[in-house]
Write a protein that binds this ligand. Sequence first.
Ligand code: MLC
Ligand code: AMP
Length: 511
Amino acid sequence: MYESNHLAKHLRTASLKQNDAVFIHNHENDQLISFENFFQNAEKIASALISAGIKPGDRVAMQVEKSSSVVELYFGTILAGACFLPLNTAYVPEEIDYFLRDSQPAIFVCDTLKIQGLTKIAKSNKVCHLWTLSADGTGTLVDARNAESPGFNGVKRDHDDLAAILYTSGTTGRSKGAMLTHMNLQSNAETLFKSWHFTNKDILIHALPLYHTHGLFVATNVSLLAGSSMLLMKNFNTDAICKRMPQSSVMMGVPTFYVRLLEHPDLNNAAKNMRLFISGSAPLLSQTHDLWKEVTGQAILERYGMTETNMNTSNPYYGERRAGTVGISLPGIELIVTDPSTGRILKDGRTGMIEIRGPNVFKGYWGMPKKTAEELRDNRFFITGDLGKISKDGYITLVSRSKDLIISAGYNIYPKEIEQLVNLIDGVLESAVIGVPHPDLGEAVVAAIVLESGFSLNEDIIMDSLHNRIANFKLPKKLMFVKKLPRNSMGKIQKNILRESYGGTFSNSLD
Ligand code: MLC
Ligand code: AMP
């Protein structure tokens, strides 16, 4: 089936033998969607996209709340030969304007509730069709789908054709669209499905957002390849997860999931039936790993990935899941550690830049050949910006990041973007944004602000100016008004000193 469409063909194979089995179980209303149902809906969406004039390679952007229709839209887009471009639901119109301008999608699907604010933006960016999809499963996308019949067999797409563009923040404050091919997604899903021993008996607790690599590709593609089920939850909720664990087998989550679940009194009982807990997207503290093992008897399997590369390493399914490490390079993926200044390979467990090569590595940044050339070497090794080391027996430890990036509960936040906005506020002389340890989020955003002399801005004024200009999760959790910022002899702000000064800000609280 879907013979000429590389990704669709692979993702459909396992379920052909079990069309009536449940693919998606909606947690909120207990609706069950069989594989047959799911693929028929995706086929109808693909037909609707074609009817709307979508051509191979066109972008289909969406910013909608999590639902099974999103997964159908993803697969329908692939079948239609187009390129899926999901956007974080927290983005405000100003941010959406940037993404639409940069990616020039032919279709943008937004939440019905947001259509008023987004119509003008879509028009000014020459989006041909603005469709809607609401959390309750209604909208013009669904109307267009329902006007079509199933039976669409997929537009021809080869392994090297684009399947998706996912935006990842940039160090300059400008987000970059990572172009992912059919091969990138298919090969990685295949590797993970095998490494984590997924089968059609598995039921995956899916409480992650559907607009990132983790919840979209890792969770969904692996489940499709294995023919397993997903219990789709709109939000992360510890009560709901503990209630559902006894009927499930695997959970994928960011470390915050595990930190919060450890506070739940039922965890120990609930987890008994689970075969696998997977963590990634941010560092899992050794303490969390150890405590989890103590409470549930199971070692969390930590893996490491990124938008540009999908998953690179994983702790083993059998064998030691070593706390504080991200495991071993996945089969078929080369990982080297290099000297950041010379690019020469470092051996003997020395710390350096992690570089990755393999079928998982993206094609480049959308419309940014210069940026692509800076990060993707001619020999196809991708310079990750993560600093790490490899032990004698192949386990990789991430030590720090060379990129000025904050990872807050799995969301990436680039300080530059916030600094630029803070610096625009009348009365602000300059600012520096840092990430500091946070017991719940892993890292939290803190802004150190220097005011111009004669100005006395308070926290509310600063926060009011930031609201509606950037997504809520990027807002600083704390503002520090300081007389001046620490600088080195070259005049560069020394963020390490700020991190030392404010590192204890959240140590005793769960903000
Ligand atoms: C929510 N808030 C956050 C936040 N998430 N603030 C900082 N960092 C975050 N990650 C804020 C909201 O803006 C809101 O602010 C308040 O918290 C409550 O919002 P919520 O939606 O109720 O939050 P909650 O449900 O508690 O969300 C926490 C979370 C979520 C852990 C469930 O952050 C999450 O789903 N994270 C996963 C992200 C993810 O999938 N990353 C994978 C990237 S792919 P206010 O002001 O309105 O109260 C990748 C590659 C790889 O990295 O290797 O996987
Ligand atoms: P993103 O750009 O959202 O894909 O985030 C990718 C980044 O998340 C990587 O470059 C790492 O810095 C970080 N990351 C992913 N997985 C892990 C992990 N298991 N431990 C530490 N950091 C991680």
